[in-house]
Design a protein around this ligand. Structure first.
Ligand SMILES: Cc1cc2nc3c(=O)[nH]c(=O)nc-3n(C[C@H](O)[C@H](O)[C@H](O)COP(=O)(O)OP(=O)(O)OC[C@H]3O[C@@H](n4cnc5c(N)ncnc54)[C@H](O)[C@@H]3O)c2cc1C
Length: 494
């Protein structure tokens, strides 16, 4: 019997799991995907928002500002990349400047620290590549950028080290309420639990409806992006937003924690909660909107595109509460933007809510808040590199040439708790395959390492989601060998 089943291993489920692991609570996270953070958490703008644009009094405003303030300590404890680089919302005319003043006031009311309105000269001094037409900007120094999937993976890994179980590749398909709590059908297992925390993102309404009368509907809202090469990673130094108008929010331009440049997202309601493809029209609209803020933008350095889906509801606020019908069932739903920024605060809020329902739990006295950071061989000193290679020669073998990732690093991240089991899981943790060639060179070698370390046949290694096979079968058979000498590969393009 579990105390808590968390459904969904995105940033929200993992932040809650890690918080619960501070107490003696028997917890399991269940996710239908084959990796942590394989839903919306892997495809977003990666901004830790300052918190000036959520309406005062909403859960979004409360948890965004509180979550933002927790980021330094959390990322230091977990060894996750986070940079507080600040953000600009740029205005081009008097109407925009008046909106920026309203945002400034909203930010002050929400408790956002150190906001300033800057004039054109100040903006251009700080960001010389922005348009000369800009009139001014709202500057929020507390905004930051983070590795979103790295944070979710680190939260899951740390939670697991502190006793939380993780069950991947397992879809929750039914929930029954009984006297003791709930019986959850997860894959071919029937799990008993006293409490359920529903963090199923785009499917949170389906999970709720398994045991409650439908009370909210998730409306998927797609955002498309382009990612650019590291050679232009410092084209802007901060997160650059456009002033929101009645025609939309515009697009943003920002550096990533890995030194790339990102533009996006588009903003379209769609019907399908799994439609993460990009569109020609969407990417074209990004180009047009970016040009108005950053003329001469280096579009020729694009390396990939992707899309993510926001889980919105009609009220446009987060939905965090215990079900009125099923005591012990907590919905943490409609966590669209700024969910990533708010996640650490949501973790604390939901833990308090659970304490209120369950009447408290004892502390986990052996809780360890820190996690050993992933090894980044190339940033080590020569002495550290030599010592590591002496200990394990696989650190002397470069597998990904674009991002300079060694075999030792890949082996390390496969063999951790919540370790990598597919190509994109390696890319998200160690960056192998994230560079200019997008895995064209290192993909086959990473597959060999995965197959060897996981002791599985190489044909079973997938790119990302469960069915995304890369090797489709033999090109010719060899009578003397059970397996073919050559395998057909499908494209590794993202
Ligand atoms: C385009 C875009 C840009 C954004 N930009 C930002 C930003 O810059 N800053 C910010 O703060 N926020 C941003 N967000 C919002 C942020 O990404 C989300 O709030 C956050 O990722 C939501 O996390 P989650 O854990 O709720 O959902 P998810 O990451 O989607 O996790 C839900 C999990 O539930 C699992 N699941 C679903 N159904 C089942 C089932 N039946 N059984 C088992 N498991 C199941 C899924 O597999 C998934 O892993 C953005 C979102 C989008 C789409």
């Amino acid at each position: 019997m579990y105390d808590v089943i968390i459904i969904g291993a995105g940033i929200i489920g993992t932040a809650i799991a890690r918080e619960l692991s501070k107490y003696q609570i028997k917890t399991i996270i269940v996710d239908k995907e084959n990796d942590i953070a394989n839903g919306t958490t892997k495809a977003n703008s990666a901004i830790v928002h300052a918190g000036y644009d959520a309406k005062r009094g909403t859960l979004k405003a409360e948890t965004n500002v509180a979550g933002n303030a927790m980021y330094e300590d959390l990322c230091n404890e977990l060894g996750v990349p986070f940079r507080r680089i600040g953000s600009f919302v740029v205005g081009f005319n008097e109407e925009d400047m008046s909106t920026l003043n309203e945002l400034y006031q909203e930010g002050v009311d929400n408790g956002v620290p150190n906001l300033k309105i800057l004039n054109k000269k100040q903006v251009k001094e700080m960001e010389p590549n922005l348009s000369d037409e800009i009139m001014g900007a709202l500057y929020a120094p507390s905004a930051g950028i983070v590795g979103p999937w790295e944070l979710a993976i680190a939260l899951a890994e740390n939670a697991a080290e502190n006793g939380v179980e993780i069950l991947l590749n397992t879809s929750v398909t039914a929930i029954e309420k009984n006297e003791e709590g709930f019986l959850v059908t997860a894959g071919d297992q029937r799990l008993k639990t006293k409490y359920i925390i529903n963090c199923a993102g785009l499917f949170a309404d389906e999970i709720n409806n398994m045991v409650n009368t439908p009370s909210f509907k998730i409306l998927p809202h797609r955002g498309e992006y382009n990612l650019f090469d590291k050679s232009v990673g410092d084209y802007v130094k901060r997160v650059i937003f456009q002033t929101p108008t009645k025609h939309g929010k515009g697009v943003l331009v920002l550096p990533t924690v890995h030194g790339n440049l990102l533009i996006g997202p588009t903003s379209d309601f769609i019907d399908d909660p799994e439609a993460t493809e990009t569109t020609k029209e969407g990417l074209q609209s990004l180009k047009e909107k970016t040009n108005s803020v950053v003329p001469n933008f280096p579009f020729h350095t694009v390396i990939t595109s992707f899309a993510g889906l926001r889980a919105k509801v009609a009220t446009n606020d987060f939905f965090i509460e215990e079900s009125k019908e099923s005591k012990g069932f907590i919905n943490v739903a409609a966590i669209d933007s700024p969910g990533l920024s708010a996640a650490p605060a949501i973790g604390e809020m939901v833990t308090k809510l659970l304490f209120g329902i369950a009447g408290g739990f004892d502390l986990n006295l052996s809780f360890n808040p820190t996690r050993r950071p992933n090894i980044n061989f190339m940033v080590l000193s020569d002495e550290e590199k030599a010592e590591l290679i002496q200990r394990d020669p696989r650190y002397g073998r470069v597998i990904c040439r674009c991002e300079s990732v060694t075999e030792g690093e890949i082996v390390d991240i496969i063999n951790r708790k919540a370790g990598a089991t597919n190509l994109d899981a390696i890319k998200r943790r160690a960056r192998a395959g994230a560079g200019r060639c997008q895995g064209g060179f290192c993909g086959p070698r990473v597959m060999e390492i995965l197959a060897r370390e996981l002791n599985v046949d190489i044909t079973s290694i997938v790119k990302d989601s469960k069915e995304s096979y890369i090797l489709t079968g033999p090109t010719k058979s060899n009578k003397n060998q059970e397996h073919s000498s050559q395998l057909v590969a499908v494209s590794l393009d993202n």
